[in-house]
Design a protein around this ligand. Structure first.
Ligand code: ZN
Length: 76
């Protein structure tokens, strides 16, 4: 059984190597980047004005209300 797994892995690796397109780095379409609002749980698009940088990274909010609530919750 070990060999079967190894063969499958090898096949996957080979496939990956040959399939990999040598295209220039595509920039992520902004519209598809969704962040979860930590206050109400809604998924929102990244918006600089409705975001805060925290110790564990940047968080995004659906509204200023949520941002303010988050600020109240986590005094820093
Ligand atoms: Zn919200």
């Amino acid at each position: 059984m070990k060999y079967v797994i190894l063969l499958i892995l090898a096949a996957l690796v080979i496939r990956y190597l040959f399939k990999k397109p040598k295209a220039p780095k595509a920039t992520k379409p902004v519209a598809e980047v969704l962040r979860q609002d930590p206050v109400c749980g809604v998924y929102v698009q990244e918006h600089k004005e409705l975001s805060l940088s925290t110790g564990s990274g940047r968080v995004y909010f659906c509204s200023k209300e949520c941002m303010n609530r988050f600020k109240e919750r986590t005094p820093s």
